[in-house]
Design a protein around this ligand. Structure first.
Ligand code: XMP
Length: 189
């Protein structure tokens, strides 16, 4: 698929769209149904922990596909310095929500790449004694580390390429693209 003209100058930097806007919307709806069915009876004890900044757009859509009482918390994690496209390892920036004991916690991130971010967060959240800890990502890269990482909800499996859009960035830009795609080589300075 080639980029639509809708996002003007941003779309011109995209090489290929891997997952389109409608495909994302449909998958988010189905994920919401699955999560709601799995947590039937959790009755208000679900806490969605949004992994920022990348998980922002996905979480905003996912919570509106969850027809149940829930709370939203945030975990700010930094892994990519500026224009780097290789993770230097996740670092928790600021505190996690503190009231997770006895609650069902679902960590929601944009992408599962090396798996280090979700492994670190799962361990940190577990220290508080939650009723359960699950993870949900919109995309998972098809690489051994990602596939080996337990993840309860996966939207799409994608090739092991650097992607942007729908929350994913390059040098903090492109997060507002409504689709997920690869960047043209000349844009990655
Ligand atoms: P790990 O390796 O810990 O990575 O699973 C998760 C975090 O790394 C970022 N990430 C990416 N960001 N395009 C991006 O814009 C990518 O292809 C990509 N791969 C990993 C992302 O912030 C995620 O939370």
């Amino acid at each position: 698929m080639t980029p639509s003209r809708g996002h003007g100058p941003l779309s011109r930097d995209i090489d290929r769209i891997l997952i389109g806007e409608r495909q994302i919307a449909e998958r988010v709806r189905v994920l919401g149904e699955q999560i709601a069915a799995d947590l039937t009876g959790s009755d208000g004890s679900l806490v969605i922990v949004a992994v920022l900044t990348g998980g922002l757009v996905f979480v905003a859509d996912l919570v509106r596909a969850l027809p149940m009482r829930l709370r939203i918390g945030i975990a700010a994690v930094s892994s990519y310095p500026g224009r780097a496209t290789k993770s230097r390892g996740p670092e928790l920036v600021g505190a996690l929500p503190r009231d997770l004991a006895g609650r069902h916690v679902l960590l929601v991130d944009d992408i599962l790449d090396t798996g280090r971010t979700l492994a670190m967060l799962r361990a940190e959240v577990s220290k508080q004694g939650p009723a359960s800890v699950g993870t949900c990502v919109l995309v998972r890269k098809q690489k051994p580390e990602a596939l080996a990482m337990p993840c309860e909800y996966v939207g799409f499996d994608i090739p092991d390429e650097f992607v942007v859009g729908y929350g994913l960035d390059y040098d903090d830009e492109y997060r507002n693209l409504p689709f997920i795609g690869t960047l043209r080589a000349e844009v990655r300075r």
